[in-house]
Write a protein that binds this ligand. Sequence first.
Ligand code: ZN
Length: 194
Amino acid sequence: MESVNPYTGEITTHKIKGLWAHFPIRAYQALGNGGFYHAQRVLLCLVSHLGRDSWEVFPSYPTIRALSGVHKNYIRGALDTLIAFEFIKVSRRKSLLGQHNSYKLNPQMYQEQYFNDLARSHLAKPLYCLDCHKPLLHGDVGNLASGMRTHFGCGGTAITMDSKLKASARTKAIKKASADDVLVPTSSTDSGQS
Ligand SMILES: [Zn+2]
């Protein structure tokens, strides 16, 4: 299955076969950072049901419970978290055996640059845009041939959060030094007058 990055045109292929599927690392991290451990385990259970041809899976509550260890009273809440993070969509389906839930996994859970604000808020942002002043994920930027990083959202220049913090510490030190420069003659004049 393929998805196309609308910013770069890059094609991402999720190879899913009968007995293996890509592990959604960033989704796992966002849920873990947020303390949503039930949702984390239920998501992995859903991923383990992925087949070759579709993003839709149909495990029953007893199956989810057996594989994830999440008690049936907490499965609904875990699903609500996954829906809020937009990692899945849930719908009701009718079959010969009656009604069952269908879980559609969102391929964008594999790509942090598509995460919604809630999911993003639980990821560390190692980069910073000098132009729009937003903290950024690695997935938000592209590397230019010059070695510079560019923010896909605004075309601005991105730097590491580390160098941003160092630069603002330097600016603060310079401001403080120049403020001291102004104060010194004033205070010496005052003391001269008294
Ligand atoms: Zn920007």
